[in-house]
Design a binder for this molecule. Structure first.
Ligand code: NAD
Length: 480
């Protein structure tokens, strides 16, 4: 049994209450470890450690801080097999996916922000003959980073690395559903020689541990990724304390497939954007709008390629679809499948819980599911399902497709498939979403702003946006 510990003040330690929560392996449905059920006293200890470490950490040069982050990146790379295995076991995702996506990206996050710190500059504004204004970007202080279960180490490090790079100290909480790789990260930070207290990782539930981070007066900013309802609750707690907030929330992303697109590429990539990580990526496209002349061809090819999505043990190299993250989440997705039937949807594929024989017989597997014949404004097409469930809908005009794409409360990402350059730019700029991919999906350059419009979030992460978020800008005006 893996017994996870908190990482506070440079040491691995149990929760002060002595209580632990079960950690379940989604592919087997069995308890395989325990995680600390930390509370306000553990968070207080973490904040105290971070506050004590802050003066020395922020006083280091950007190069020194960056070197340590790059060392952590190298250790993640060196431990890729161990980390990928832990991520797969903890989350249910295929090991092959964790190996090529989650863990390499976690290393890239540390490398990118470790080196970015050295290139981060601030502005000067000259008032000719009168005064010179320059901007100082102070690290904001001790910050909280709270992340979800779908891309555990990937998103955890995406927040922590820029905060550390600019000289903040961090109290971080991974999802209680997928704590394993965050625990291993603590071990790697010790090995890398990160000074005690600079990063603290506290494990526990949202209400018990996350809430204590958000409420603690010593935490000056919160970077949060998770559900929209949780983000709303967080904002209610943090806003009266005037904490800086970055909220990366849910999505209900559209794919717009125009008749002039390269069909083979559109279908192959749409299979990935629908079902990668069992559809549990905030950027997955779950509403596929297809221009009517190619609707039947797209549908036939999509359903044919769906057959390659082999469901199986996440540790098996041939598995394309692993387990959903938990029994509760599986039931939530099954409820949405029931709703889609009730709303008049025609089931084209999937729709049932899947059984994988052997050690995974009790795992939380679900067939990749495709519906058609659902209006754009029904609940199935408006609410975030966050599982391997997509709808196909024909459209007749560009204006109709854009209106339907924009009709939800969300605005995280969208994908446009077309060979017409003018249309690509026109449609991209009329979509209400933080990212628009044209003829691609999940193509991520770490320098670009990342975040959502509408209920998909507030603020942007990535590149300079992330570095700026964790700093407080100060204007110094010197009169000549
Ligand atoms: P969640 O909101 O349930 O939990 C996210 C994190 O918040 C967890 O660590 C949880 O313990 C913590 N939390 C819960 N209640 C809290 C509270 N009161 N105070 C402080 N922390 C609290 O989300 P989830 O189910 O883990 O993740 C799925 C959601 O995340 C989906 O909606 C998905 O779209 C979204 N997501 C968004 C992005 C993005 O970049 N926009 C990326 C990945 C996932």
């Amino acid at each position: 049994m893996l017994r996870i510990q908190n990482y506070i003040n440079g040491q691995l330690m149990p929760p002060q209450s002595g209580h632990y929560l079960d950690n379940i392996e989604p592919a087997t449905g069995q308890v395989y470890g325990e995680i600390p059920d930390s509370g306000a006293s553990d968070v207080a200890a973490a904040v105290a450690a971070a506050e004590a470490a802050l003066p020395a950490w922020r006083a280091r040069s950007a190069e020194e801080r960056g070197r340590l982050l790059v060392r952590i990146a190298a250790l993640i790379d060196a431990n890729i097999e161990r980390l990928a295995h832990a991520e797969s076991q903890d989350n249910g995702k295929p090991l092959s996916l964790a190996r090529v996506m989650d863990i390499p990206r976690a290393a890239s996050n540390f490398h990118f922000f470790g080196t970015a710190a050295e290139h981060f500059a601030s502005e000067a504004h000259m008032q000719e003959g009168v005064a010179l204004n320059y901007t100082v970007r102070h690290p904001i202080g001790v910050v909280g980073c709270i992340s979800p279960w779908n891309l555990p180490l990937y998103l955890f490090t995406w927040k922590i690395a820029p905060a550390l790079a600019v000289g903040c100290c961090v109290v971080a909480k991974p999802s209680e559903i997928t704590p394993a790789t965050a625990f291993l990260l603590g071990e790697l930070c010790i090995e890398a020689g990160l000074p005690p207290g600079v990063l603290n990782i506290v494990h526990g539930t949202g209400p018990g541990c996350g809430q204590a981070i958000v409420e603690h007066p010593g935490i000056k900013a919160i970077s949060f990724t998770g559900g929209t309802a949780t983000g709303r609750h967080l904002a209610r707690t943090a806003a009266p304390m005037f904490k800086k907030l970055s909220l990366e929330l849910g999505g209900k992303n559209p794919n717009l497939v125009f008749a002039d697109c390269e069909l083979a590429a559109a279908v192959a990539t749409s299979i990935r954007s629908s079902f990668a990580n069992q559809g549990q990526i905030c950027l997955c496209g779950s509403r596929i709008f297809i221009e009517r002349p190619i609707y039947e061809d797209f549908k036939a090819e999509f359903l044919k390629q769906l057959e390659t999505q082999k469901i199986g043990d996440p540790l098996d190299a041939t598995t394309k679809q692993g387990a959903l993250v938990s029994e509760a989440h599986l039931n939530k997705v099954l409820d949405y499948i029931k709703l889609a039937h009730e709303e008049g949807g025609v089931l084209l594929a999937g729709g049932q819980r899947a059984t994988v024989p052997g050690r995974c017989a009790d795992g939380y597997f679900l067939e990749p599911t495709v519906f058609e014949n659902l209006p754009h404004d029904c609940r199935t097409n408006q609410e975030e399902i966050f599982g391997p469930v997509v709808t196909l809908t024909p459209f007749d005009t560009e204006a109709e497709a854009v209106a339907w794409a924009n009709s939800t409360d969300y605005g995280l990402s969208a994908t446009v498939w077309t060979a017409n350059l003018n249309r690509a730019h026109r449609v991209a700029q009329s979509l209400h979403s933080g990212i628009v991919w044209v003829n691609t999906w999940l193509h991520r350059d770490l320098r670009t702003p990342f975040g959502g419009m509408k209920n998909s979030g507030v603020g942007r992460e990535g590149g300079l946006e992330a570095l700026r978020f964790f700093t407080e800008a100060q204007n110094v005006c010197v009169k000549f």
